[in-house]
Design a protein around this ligand. Structure first.
Ligand SMILES: C[S@@+](CC[C@H](N)C(=O)[O-])C[C@H]1O[C@@H](n2cnc3c(N)ncnc32)[C@H](O)[C@@H]1O
Length: 187
């Protein structure tokens, strides 16, 4: 199976996502420093710099896209449109996302009382509320984007991008509540 790890960061073992050694995995991330680390950690895997909002691959080049807590840092509607484009018909998308509680925690425990960090976290909260209502996000200064996701917002965003068969799962993990989502491109 051809798999894209979107927003791969410094690389991670994807076995928990059901990826096996017979799969061909390509990691894509905006950050060159993270990619350099990933190449050392997983030398047999291919890595490329690029952004989720303009994925540098042809239409229908992958059977599956996995993205672990990277979509919250992208323009969600643009990235989902790109993921849909590069997936083959019937291809699947697996995501882990940020719930509102993550952003509230960042605001209370990391941002306050620092003014710049607090303003940014308030933007992230407002962007999450916007996403919940419309399925769309907006950028902050210097093209920085962040939001939290909700099931309602993801349903709207998936429908707009053309995905079907959505499923949502919440589970308590070591770093708080994990929110994972699956969807499929129509055959
Ligand atoms: C929280 S890290 C997760 C990294 C990795 N997936 C993991 O699970 O360890 C988010 C990653 O998304 C990447 N990222 C942020 N915005 C991006 C964008 N627009 N396009 C591609 N990658 C992006 C960051 O560079 C970072 O590596």
């Amino acid at each position: 199976m051809r798999i894209l790890d979107l927003g791969c960061g410094p690389g991670r073992d994807l076995a928990c996502w059901g990826v096996t050694s017979s799969d061909q995995v390509v990691g894509l991330d905006i950050d060159l420093g993270s990619l350099a680390i990933a190449k050392v950690r997983y030398p047999n895997q291919a890595y490329l710099q690029g952004v989720g909002e303009c994925i540098p691959f042809q239409d229908e080049s992958f059977d599956r896209v996995i993205s672990a807590v990277a979509l919250p840092y992208m323009n969600v509607q643009k990235a989902l449109g790109e993921i849909h484009r590069i997936l083959a018909p019937g291809g699947t998308l697996s995501l882990s996302l940020h719930l509102p509680g993550f952003t509230v925690g960042e605001l209370l425990h990391k941002a306050l009382p620092k003014p710049v960090a607090t303003i940014f976290r308030l933007y992230v909260m407002a962007n999450g509320v916007l996403f919940h209502c419309t399925g769309k996000t907006v950028g902050f200064l210097r093209h920085r984007t962040e939001s939290f996701q909700t099931e309602r917002g993801m349903r709207i965003a998936f429908t707009s991008a053309g995905f079907v068969n959505f499923s949502f799962e919440r589970a308590l993990g070591p770093t708080g509540e994990a929110f994972t989502v699956e969807a499929r491109k129509r055959k």
